[in-house]
Design a protein around this ligand. Sequence first.
Ligand code: CP
Ligand code: NVA
Length: 307
Amino acid sequence: MTGKRDFLSVTDFTPDEVREVIDLSIQVKKDRSVHNLLEGKSFALIFEKPSLRTRTTFEIAIHELGGYPIYLAPGDIKLGKRESVPDVAHNLERWTYGIVARVFKQSTVETLAANYRYPVINALSDIEHPCQAIGDYVTIKEHAGDTKVKLSFIGDGNNVANSLMLLTAMLGGEFTIACPEGYEPNAALIVRAMDIARETGARIRIVRDPIEAVKDADFIYTDVWTSMGQEEEAEIRRRVFAPYQVNEELMSHAPKHAKVMHCLPARRGEEITDGVIDGPQSIVFDQAENRLHSEKGILMFLYGLKI
Ligand code: CP
Ligand code: NVA
């Protein structure tokens, strides 16, 4: 495949390309019939960590586009242990037409991409979750009619926060994170987001007070306090993040029109209460639904497929 494109970071797309992928996703949502655009093509889904949404939606998306997904569970190939990452990539490129990989380290998806002749898609790493961010902006566009919004993230500056910060910068919106000191988004990506923001007119803010973050937000986002791979820090994180719970009291400071988002899975009673996640402002299952359509949009864009 000449001039292959990877999707390892949201910044692998230009802002115009992101808008195109979002619109493509909304378009394919209206027609679930099989398009056979990937007919005869097999895909390797490498997962070093568990997944409900990402695995299921990529399998269905590839199936509905006519391709064949092969799920490789954490224990199946023992990426980098049983065999080096470049060797795995060189084997897979003889049989498959794309890799979707959920990994512990961003460098692993980068090494896969450098040693594989077809597109590699980051299905979550320690640094980014770009497919989640695209799906979330599909949901935001459906609810707000626009992608230039005020998105406030409450909690850990993790992979999901990093991708949303960059994407909000690219789309010209306002990204505010309320987090404890020491739990900000990735430092290099903050610099990157601010550089992008200077060009797009976006605004990036880091605050400590969750009330300040929610008070004029259009969308309020949270995620787990302990991400996969950080389990040994769970106890200290529960203490550090306790003031950052998205609960009814915090929501009383938010505008009435504000919607609540969560990438899921949620630790109910930790970062979000039942009352909020099950309440009228929550759109978390719309987000989950849109993962399917946005995985299709991402695949169609990367493979240059037209409906
Ligand atoms: N939101 C998300 O990526 O969910 P999974 O971990 O279940 O794939
Ligand atoms: N930040 C979470 C997201 C899960 C979809 C994690 O990495 O575990």
